[in-house]
Design a protein around this ligand. Sequence first.
Ligand SMILES: [Cu+2]
Length: 149
Amino acid sequence: MKKSALLTGAILLLSANIAYADECKLSLDSNDMMQFSTKSLSAPKSCKEVTVKLNHTGKLPANVMGHNWVLSTEQNMQGIITDGNAAGLSNNYVKPNDSRVIAATKVIGGGETTEVTFSTSKLKAGNDYTFFCSFPGHFAMMKGTFTLK
Ligand SMILES: [Cu+2]
C-alpha cells in the first residue's frame, strides 16, 4: 500500500515535470560553497528569449556570499568583472549599462531567488558564451558555458 502510493506520487511528479517543461526557461542553484550547480547551460536556438532563474540555496547574506548570473563572451568576462568590482554591491557588481553584458541578474544572498530574461537575437547559435558570478573572486569557481543549440 505504502509502496504503491509512493510510486503513484513519483509518476505524478514525473508527468508534471514533462507537462510544464519549457526549454527556454533554465534554472541553476548556487550555494555557500561558492559553486553553481552546473558548468553548462543550453537552450534551443528556436528560443527568442531565454529566462535563467538563479537560486541561492545557502544561508549566507549577499554581502558575504552573494551570487549573480552574468552572461557575456569569454573575451569580455575579465573586463566586466574588473569594472563590476569597482561598481560594487549596490550595482550588483556590474557596471551600469555595460554593453559587454548580454544578461545579468541582481546579486542575491542565501534563500533568495532571482531571474533574468534576455533576447537571443544577438547570440549566434553554436557559439559558446560564458556565464559567471561577478562577486569579487567568485568567477574562478563560478563559471560555465552557455550555448544556443
Ligand atoms: Cu558568487
